[in-house]
Design a protein. Sequence first.
Length: 214
Amino acid sequence: MLEVVAQREYKNLLPDGRSLTIDIYAVDKEDKVYDIEVQRASAGADVHRARFHSSMIDTKMLKARQEFKEIHDSYVIFITASDVLGAGCPLYHVKRMIEETGTYFGDGSHIIYVNGSYKDDNDPVGKLMHDFRCLSSADMFYPVLARQVKYFKETEGGLEIMCQAFEDLAEKRVLDEKASLIKNLMETMKWTAEQAMEAMKISETDKKLLVPRL
């Protein structure tokens, strides 16, 4: 991979439009874009959410005056705790198809659901899902994943990084909640952002962080 980013934000330019935070954003050497989401609750992996993720990613791919054919392939991958599509498959590949001919449309848009409850120690996906459920790196099949888990869970340096990551995530969620409340006040009370933040007694430091979210 050429680029891997955790918790990447996609801002919706519409005033009341819903924005998006991607769990893991990645780009490979062929410029294919990957959005990887880990979902414990089935509701978080609704098929309409996959459509929304795919559309938001597409909006960021082309610059002004680029040809539409230059848009790169995209992969929205949901790793779910249960078999949300219910057919017992380890993977579900979703592509657009022309109904009349039964052929793929070929627009480069891909959606993949990974069944986190799938168990088969002789299957690559089954082994990976086994490793996802493991509490100890010593019980994992894949050495690369085992090494990373051991570092982050069983070494002092890794634990410090994990603690900082959780603190950053908690701070982000608090700011997102404050931003939502401010927007509600602006809409219902017809206030400016400054008036809403003053009413909520937002600190000057937080104001600087919140303004880009509004």
